[in-house]
Design a binder for this molecule. Structure first.
Ligand code: DHE
Length: 510
């Protein structure tokens, strides 16, 4: 049995990846390594550096007590793809695997400035490709559909719903791709750290860079000049020039005592001209202004300093009010959320939300003269609707199971929410935004997960994914809720409309 690092982690110490720690002194049996290889490596990576699942290294597990890790291996983890191994592995095997993930790896994973610089690939110099699209379509009503099943992306005409082009992506894209403000370019992040800049007009990858080993997501500034990447591994944020993905700065994420943290996610905050990141292992939010655009300055001179804001709890999941004055966030383990006033730099309210709200999927609309926030919950079958002036829950709309994604559009009377988990994963509810009642429940592909919708630019049609290798994107009339078309796709996950994303439409993810 390996020597546990549990006590070290309890003391609040963690290992920066770039520190000169001695690697892999613990002895792990061949059987345990074989078990890991057989049951865990396809998602968490052969070296535990992450893949579809997160990295499993001591520095990334500081919030997970070992006994809880054993429970996760036993029962799976809510709101993730982690399955239960209760009937597959014995108690001793589950315990041995939990011990293993808290041991230091044989070689300490590093991804430093020099690695980032060396990984950069420039296929086309800025300005070398024509500024005219190779196809005819409303450029503001295009969709990108991420097909997780075979790691491809389809560019879809949002008027005719004909595919324009299908191209290979990096392995396991996660989170929404982010468009440049004019909609010509799009930036993707893969779970294993690759950032891809794609020219939609020319249907070409123009530049790529590997920002980290295990990446969360990315944000593009409103001036289109910079890209910020949030990482789990290393514990940092990485800032790039948006043109060729030249590295501007690595921000190691640590507090004044040197404790490091993964980054839960980073978002662009348009009216503030800043990037805002929430941290997973430190009770802080970081605000970072856009970098200077003066290319005569050195990369370090161009990159601004961080404004840390102390909050009451970790923020695993969060989103913003439409003015970007408030951040509304929650920890996965807490019974409620917190509201952070970004101008005042402090927590000003709390929200009673015991069902593990998936605030990252939250949307807002006007209801009876006030603004409400609606969020699915990952542990309970309900959508919570919250008054954004009092932060009281106005209504819990009962659903057929915990949902993951929620969407609407300014022009639509409806909000759509899926039932991502449990026996009713084939169901999608349509909620009337005026009455807060479910008006229709669709089951377009019995037995298969139906999830994640996106509206067209004018809000007249809705696209829904059937998450299956033999999957589809289904087009509905957004008002009659009648089905209009089915497009075969390979496990389509998210769909992203250029107009809705670049205009920060209230019903769409940002
Ligand atoms: Fe996601 C978005 C975090 C699991 C599919 N997911 C996001 C974002 C975050 C996040 C922070 C916003 C990023 C952005 O758009 O900039 N996701 C997490 C988790 O912490 C969680 C629960 C565990 C994990 O494995 O990381 C998780 N997510 C999943 C999945 O298992 C899903 C269903 C399949 C997959 O791709 O791995 C999944 N997440 C998505 C999708 C989006 C997303 C499709 C974009 C939604 C959008 O409309 O913008």
């Amino acid at each position: 049995m390996s020597k546990p690092l549990f006590s070290i982690l309890l003391c609040g110490l963690s290992f920066a990846l770039t520190a000169n720690a001695v690697a892999g002194t613990e002895v792990v049996s061949k059987q345990t390594k074989d078990l890991y290889k057989e049951h865990c490596s396809s998602c968490h990576g052969a070296e535990r550096l992450g893949g579809m699942g997160p990295a499993l290294l001591p520095e990334n597990l500081s919030r997970l007590r070992k006994y809880k890790a054993i429970t996760v291996i036993e029962n799976g983890r809510a709101a993730t793809q982690m399955p239960a191994f209760k009937t597959v592995l014995s108690k001793d095997q589950r315990t041995a695997l939990a011990e293993f993930i808290y041991t230091k790896p044989d070689a300490i994973p590093r991804w430093e400035k020099s690695d980032i610089l060396a990984s950069q690939i420039i296929n086309h110099q800025p300005g070398s490709l024509p500024a005219k699209p190779k196809f005819e379509a409303d450029l503001m009503n295009l969709f990108l559909v991420v097909e997780l099943g075979d790691h491809h992306v389809t560019l879809l005409n949002g008027d005719t719903f004909e595919p324009i082009h299908r191209f290979k992506s990096r392995f396991a894209l996660h989170g929404g791709p982010k468009y440049s403000p004019d909609g010509r370019f799009v930036y993707f992040a893969s779970r294993d750290g690759w950032i891809t800049k794609y020219d939609i007009y020319n249907l070409e990858v123009v530049a790529e860079v590997r920002a980290g080993i295990n990446t969360r997501n990315l944000a593009v500034s409103s001036d289109g000049k910079s890209v910020m990447v949030a990482n789990y591994l290393p514990n940092n944020l990485v800032l790039f020039d948006a043109e060729s993905l030249d590295l501007l700065k690595v921000y190691p994420v640590k507090n004044s005592e040197g404790k490091t943290s993964r980054v839960s996610a980073v978002y662009n905050a348009p009216p503030r001209n800043t990037f805002i990141a929430a941290l997973k292992d430190l009770k802080e939010v970081w605000e970072i202004p856009y970098p200077s655009t003066d290319k005569n300055q050195s990369a370090t001179e161009r990159a601004p300093k961080v404004r840390p804001i102390v909050v009451n709890d970790y923020l695993d999941d969060f989103f913003f009010d439409p003015d970007y004055k408030l951040l509304i966030g929650a920890s996965r383990d807490a019974a409620g959320g917190q509201v952070v006033d970004l101008d005042l730099g402090k927590v000003t309210s709390s929200i009673p939300l015991p069902g593990m709200p998936h605030l990252g999927s939250g949307i807002t609309w006007d209801y009876q003269g006030k603004q409400v926030l609606a969020t699915p919950n990952l542990k309970e079958g309900k959508v919570s609707v919250i008054d954004m002036s009092t932060w009281e829950v106005i209504k819990d709309i009962k659903t057929e199971g915990p949902g993951f994604f929620m969407r609407s559009h300014e022009q639509s009377p409806y909000a759509w929410v899926d039932v991502f988990f449990g026996p009713n994963k084939e169901a999608v509810h349509v909620i009337d935004k005026k009455t807060l009642e479910i008006v229709k429940t669709l089951r377009p592909a019995p037995g298969k997960t139906a999830a994640h919708v996106e509206f067209t630019k004018d809000g007249s049609k809705v696209l829904l994914s059937i998450w299956d290798m033999d999957g589809e994107v289904i087009v509905y009339d957004a008002n009659t809720l009648e089905e209009e078309k089915r497009l075969p796709m390979v496990k389509p996950s998210g769909k992203y409309n250029v107009w809705n994303k670049t205009q920060y439409e209230r019903g769409t993810s940002h």
